[in-house]
Design a protein around this ligand. Structure first.
Ligand code: KIV
Ligand code: NA
Length: 269
């Protein structure tokens, strides 16, 4: 397999092949995800919940993200893997200024990430442009943005009714600023499908956003069925019927590629 790069992701998109992404936080699981054919590995700040036991992602530090990014990068390198690795910029590390965002992104890029991800629209546009101009690929994240859970009032569907227009406007501005990827979390399937059409240069990656996106992402612990809490509606347990984590991740890749996951009737709004 060829290493995943931005041109390679563009190729997948152009031939209508769905992009697969899973989170991973350590060397072993990252290597297994890579071996299963997952194209993109997100070192998500969801590690605050699944690794650190925090109540939300708000308490995750940049130093913690550096540690986990380094672990994932080493895990993929050890097996000569091909995954595109994305590091999440945690809460408070890109909010102050574009310069602060550059310093924080530098930490994750030097840890071996290929791309950084940041949450929010509007005010983030100029930050994204600043990073992209300086050679840092950026993934944006709209809809349910977990770092702002307290402002949003909970983990609930976003982009319904009047707020759809703002989401649309933010997404177009982020593409214009050079964001090469955009996570859409918990937004109506019709809206994310429409945005995917409107964003040819920015690959939409859905989570709880229906099947019309360019790709899909899930938190690994959710799709392996080892999340102790109640799983959100958009999750499928891919361990069901499988006898290994490798096979479960392989089943996820297959289901995303053949369009059987997500099912808009079961996993979307
Ligand atoms: O941190 C994370 O796992 C994420 C995904 C849910 C997109 O941001
Ligand atoms: Na995240």
């Amino acid at each position: 397999r060829k290493p995943i790069s931005l041109p390679r992701l563009n190729e997948l998109r152009e031939r209508g092949e769905k992009i697969t992404m899973l989170t991973a936080y350590d060397a072993t699981f990252a290597a297994v995800a890579d071996a299963a054919g997952v194209e993109c590995i997100l070192v998500g700040d969801s590690l605050g919940m699944v690794c650190q036991g925090l109540p939300s992602t708000v308490g995750v530090s940049l130093e913690t993200m550096r540690y986990h990014t380094e672990s994932v990068v080493r895990g993929v390198q050890r097996v000569q893997g091909t995954a595109w690795i994305i590091g999440d910029l945690p809460f408070g590390t890109y909010h102050e200024s574009r310069e602060q965002a550059l310093r924080s992104a530098t930490v994750l890029m030097q840890a071996g990430a290929h791309m950084v991800k940041l949450e929010g629209g509007g005010w983030t546009t100029e930050t994204v442009r600043f990073l992209v101009e300086r050679g840092i690929p950026v993934c944006a994240h709209l809809g349910l943005t977990p770092q702002t859970v307290h402002a949003l009032g909970g983990y609930r569907v976003q982009g319904r009714g009047d707020s759809a227009a703002k989401l649309r406007q933010d997404a177009l501005a982020l593409q214009d600023a050079g964001a090469a990827m955009l996570v859409l979390e918990m937004v109506p399937a019709a809206l994310s499908a429409e945005l995917t059409e409107a964003l040819p240069r920015c690959h939409t990656i859905g989570i709880g956003a229906g099947k019309g996106t360019a790709g899909q992402v899930l938190v690994m612990h959710d799709m392996l069925g080892i999340n102790l809490g109640k799983n959100p509606k958009f999750v499928r347990n891919f361990m069901t019927g499988q006898s290994s984590v490798l096979d479960a991740m392989g089943a996820y890749v297959l289901a995303v590629k053949d369009g059987s996951f997500p099912d808009n009737a079961l996993h979307a709004w």
